[in-house]
Design a protein around this ligand. Structure first.
Ligand SMILES: [Zn+2]
Length: 300
C-alpha cells in the first residue's frame, strides 16, 4: 500500500524540461502498476490493508501542464489520481521553487551558488553550517535525493532561505533563464484554470499545495494559516467545489500545519517523504514515494 508522487513528466516538445520520466516511461510505469496493484485514490487507500492485492495511489504535485496532458491517458485506464496545483500561479505568480528549478535546469550550479554565497554568506552559513554550499557532502539525505549532491544542496539551501531574500536572489536569474514574459511562461508551463475544472468534473481529486510553495514549517502559525486558506479559496473558486486534500510543499510541516489542516477542514494530507504508508496511516500524514523510489521498493 503506497502513494507515488510525480512532479514533472518530460516531453522533447517542451521548452522547459525538468527532471521527470518521459511520457512513454510514465505510461509504462502506470501500466505496470495496473497489472500489479489495485490503483485507488488517496481517499480510499488507507484502510485497505485487508485487500488481497497491494494498493497504490497516484498523486501529482505542482499543477504543471504535463499533468493535464496525461489526464486523457489516466481516464482511458479508469484511474482516479490526485492533483495538487500551486495556487499563486492562478494569480500570475511563478512560485520561487519553480523559478529555482528553471534556473537550475538552464544555468550552471556554480553560477547560482556563487551569487547566493556572495550576497548572503550568513544565511548560507546558518543553513549549511559552513562557509559556502557544500559540493560533496549532502545536506539532507532525503531532499532532492536524485539530484547531484551540489544541485541538491542548492535546492535545500534555497528551500530554507527566508522568503524575502529568496525572491531577491532567484528572480533575476529566472528572468534571465526564460524566453518571453512571465505570463508566457505560466501559459506554457502550468495547467490553466479551465483545465483544472475539467479534470475535477471528470472525477479527478483536486487538492491544494499551498499558495506560494514555501516551506510551511518556516512560517508562523498565522502565516501558515493565511497561505493555506488562500490556496484553498483559490482552488475551490476555480473548481466550484470544496476540497479536502492537501500536499505539503517539500514534505515539510509542523504541529501548527496539522492544527490548521483540521481547522480548515482538510481530511487528507500527502507527505512527500520517500516512505511507504504504515499499516494504519494518519490520513493527514499519508507518506508518498517519488516515482523513482518504486524500483527500490520492488527490490525490498
Ligand atoms: Zn511541490
Amino acid at each position: 500500500m503506497f502513494i507515488t508522487t510525480y512532479h514533472y513528466i518530460t516531453d522533447p516538445r517542451d521548452a522547459y524540461a525538468l527532471h521527470g520520466p518521459a511520457i512513454p516511461e510514465f505510461l509504462a510505469q502506470v501500466d505496470s502498476f495496473s497489472q500489479e496493484y489495485d490503483i485507488k485514490d488517496i481517499t480510499q487507500i488507507s484502510g485497505q490493508q485487508d485487500s488481497s492485492r497491494d494498493c497504490i495511489a497516484l498523486s501529482f504535485d505542482d499543477g504543471t501542464f504535463h499533468h493535464y496532458r496525461m489526464f486523457p491517458e489516466l481516464r482511458k485506464r479508469n484511474i482516479i489520481a490526485s492533483f495538487f496545483p500551486i495556487a499563486c500561479v492562478f494569480d500570475g505568480i511563478v512560485p520561487i521553487t519553480i523559478q529555482t528549478h528553471i534556473v537550475l535546469s538552464k544555468l550552471a550550479p556554480e553560477v547560482i551558488a556563487a551569487k547566493i554565497e556572495r550576497e548572503y554568506p550568513s544565511i548560507v552559513k546558518r543553513i549549511a553550517h559552513e562557509d559556502g554550499i557544500p559540493r560533496k557532502r549532502r545536506l539532507s539525505p532525503l531532499k532532492a535525493m536524485y539530484d547531484e549532491v551540489f544541485a541538491a544542496n542548492i535546492k535545500v539551501v534555497i528551500a530554507d532561505f527566508p522568503v524575502a531574500e529568496k525572491e531577491l536572489v532567484i528572480q533575476p536569474l529566472f528572468w534571465e533563464a526564460i524566453d518571453g514574459t512571465v505570463d508566457d511562461f505560466i501559459k506554457t508551463f502550468f495547467m490553466q484554470p479551465e483545465q483544472l475544472k475539467e479534470m475535477h468534473e471528470a472525477g479527478m481529486i483536486i487538492g491544494a499545495h499551498s499558495y506560494a510553495h514555501t516551506s510551511l514549517k518556516s512560517l508562523s502559525y498565522e502565516e501558515q494559516k493565511k497561505d493555506i486558506a488562500k490556496s484553498k479559496d483559490i482552488i475551490e473558486g476555480i473548481i466550484k467545489s470544496k476540497i479536502s486534500a492537501f500536499s505539503y510543499p517539500f514534505g515539510y510541516y509542523d504541529q501548527n500545519t496539522l492544527t490548521i489542516m483540521r481547522e480548515l477542514g482538510f481530511r487528507y494530507g500527502v507527505l512527500f517523504n520517500h516512505q511507504p504508508l504504515g499499516p494504519e496511516p494518519d490520513n493527514l500524514l499519508l507518506s508518498a514515494y517519488d516515482y523513482r523510489d518504486i524500483r527500490q521498493h520492488k527490490k525490498l
